[in-house]
Design a protein around this ligand. Structure first.
Ligand SMILES: Nc1ncnc2c1ncn2[C@@H]1O[C@H](COP(=O)(O)OP(=O)(O)OP(=O)(O)O)[C@@H](O)[C@H]1O
Ligand SMILES: [Mg+2]
Length: 349
C-alpha cells in the first residue's frame, strides 16, 4: 500500500470489520516511519485508548508516550457534541454570538439531534486537523454506522439542509420564524413564559438570529470539507472481512467512491483464515488416533474457512480490478495492546 504524499487517510468499511484497529496500526506505522500523525478514532468501546496505553482519549489529539517512534503519534477520540460546539465557536462572527448560540435551549436540543449522526462532525474535525501544522498526516477511523456511505454524503446533506426550502422558509423575513417571534404570537408566548418560566420567545429569536449569521460559515465549511475529501492527497482505504455482507458493502462503497470522484487508495481484507498445508494422513503415528482425529477435524474446518476466504478475495480482486489487496490474517487474539497493533501493522504491506 503506497501512502507516500498522503495527508489524509480515511479508513472506511462495514461495522466490526476492524476499521478502528487498522486505523491505529496504520497510524503507528506512519509514526514509526517518521511522520507526525494524528489518529482520530470513533470507538465507543474505548478499546483503542487502552491499546495505546492511554487511560482516556479526549477530543483533542494527545501525544502517545512510551513507544519508540521516529515521528510522533497523537490520538484522539471524537466527541461529536464537543466538536459541533467548537465549530459554532469558530464560525460565529464573535465571542458573544458564539456564547449566545451555545447557551441557547433550542440550539442544545438541535445540536443533540445533529450530532446523533457522527459523520458530519467527523469530517469537520478532520478538516481542522488537516489544517493544523503540528501534523503531517491525519488518519480517520469512521463511525460504526451500518451504512458507511453516510459519511460521504455528510457535507452535501448539510448544504442541502441549509439551502433547503424548509430552512429558507423558516428564516425568510416573512417566514415562519418572523411570524413566531412577531407581534401576534408574542402574547401567547409571554403568557407561556409566565406560566412555565421558560422564555421560549427569547430563545427562538436568539436562535434564528444567530443561525442566520452562521449559515454562510457553515456553507463555506461544507464546501471546504467536500474539496478535502476529493483532494489527491486524501485517500480512502476500504476495510472488509471475508464474510459475504461486508464484502458486498465494500464493493458498493468502492462504487460510490468512484461515482463521487473520491480517491480510492486500497482494499484491506482483514481476519483472513489460513490453513497449514499439513498432511493429515501422517498424523496418527505421532499423535495417537484420538488426538490425530481431532487435529484432522480442525484442519478440515480451517480449510473450509480458508477456501471460503480465498473465494471472497478472488471476487473482490475481480470486481475491483485489483491485483494485490492487502491481506491481514486472523490473529490468535484480539488486538488490545501496542504489541498487537505492531503485529497487525506488519501485514499492512
Ligand atoms: N486481524 C485480526 N485478528 C484478530 N482480531 C482482530 C483483527 N482485527 C481486528 N480484530 C478485533 O476485532 C474486534 C473489532 O475490531 P475493530 O473495533 O477495529 O472493528 P471496527 O470496524 O472498528 O468496529 P466498529 O464498526 O464497531 O467500529 C476488536 O476486538 C479487534 O481487536
Ligand atoms: Mg470502530
Amino acid at each position: 500500500m503506497n501512502l507516500d504524499g498522503k495527508r489524509v487517510i480515511i479508513v472506511a468499511g462495514s461495522g466490526g470489520v476492524g476499521k478502528t484497529t487498522t486505523s491505529a496500526a496504520l497510524a503507528l506505522r506512519l509514526a514509526a516511519e517518521g511522520r507526525r500523525v494524528a489518529v482520530v478514532t470513533i470507538d465507543p468501546a474505548r478499546r483503542l485508548a487502552a491499546a495505546l496505553g492511554m487511560d482516556e482519549l479526549g477530543n483533542e489529539p494527545r501525544r502517545v508516550e512510551g513507544i519508540e517512534l521516529r515521528g510522533e503519534l497523537h490520538a484522539m477520540q471524537l466527541d461529536a457534541k464537543r466538536t459541533f460546539d467548537e465549530l459554532i465557536e469558530r464560525l460565529a462572527p464573535d465571542e458573544r454570538a458564539a456564547k449566545e448560540v451555545l447557551g441557547n435551549r433550542i440550539y442544545r436540543e438541535l445540536s443533540g439531534a445533529m450530532t446523533g449522526s457522527q459523520e458530519f462532525t467527523a469530517v469537520a474535525k478532520l478538516y481542522e486537523l488537516h489544517r493544523d501544522e503540528r501534523y503531517d498526516v491525519v488518519v480517520l477511523d469512521t463511525p460504526p454506522s451500518r451504512n458507511a456511505l453516510d459519511f460521504l454524503d455528510a457535507p452535501d446533506r448539510l448544504t442541502g439542509f441549509l439551502d433547503g426550502r424548509a430552512l429558507q422558509a423558516l428564516l425568510a423575513p416573512t417566514g415562519l420564524a418572523a411570524r413566531i417571534v412577531g407581534r401576534g404570537t408574542g402574547v401567547v408566548f409571554s403568557a407561556l413564559s409566565r406560566i412555565t418560566g421558560i422564555d421560549l420567545l427569547a430563545d427562538l429569536s436568539v436562535f434564528f438570529r444567530s443561525l442566520t449569521g452562521l449559515i454562510e460559515g457553515f456553507r463555506r465549511r461544507a464546501a471546504g470539507v467536500k474539496e478535502l475529501l476529493g483532494d489527491p492527497a486524501t485517500t480512502f482505504l476500504v476495510v472488509t472481512s471475508p464474510e459475504r455482507e461486508p464484502v458486498e458493502e465494500a464493493l458498493f462503497f468502492h462504487g460510490r467512491l468512484r461515482d463521487a470522484g473520491m480517491p480510492f487508495g486500497g482494499l484491506i481484507v482483514n481476519r483472513v483464515h489460513s490453513a497449514p498445508d499439513a498432511d493429515v494422513a501422517g498424523l496418527d503415528a505421532t499423535l495417537g488416533e484420538r488426538l490425530a482425529g481431532k487435529v484432522g477435524e480442525t484442519l478440515r474446518d480451517l480449510r473450509v474457512l480458508a477456501d471460503r476466504d480465498a473465494a471472497a478475495i478472488e471476487l473482490l480482486k475481480r470486481e475491483l480490478w485489483l491485483r494485490d489487496p492487502v491481506l491481514v490474517p486472523l490473529l490468535d487474539h484480539d488486538v488490545h495492546d501496542v504489541e498487537g497493533l505492531a503485529l497487525l501493522q506488519r501485514h499492512l504491506g
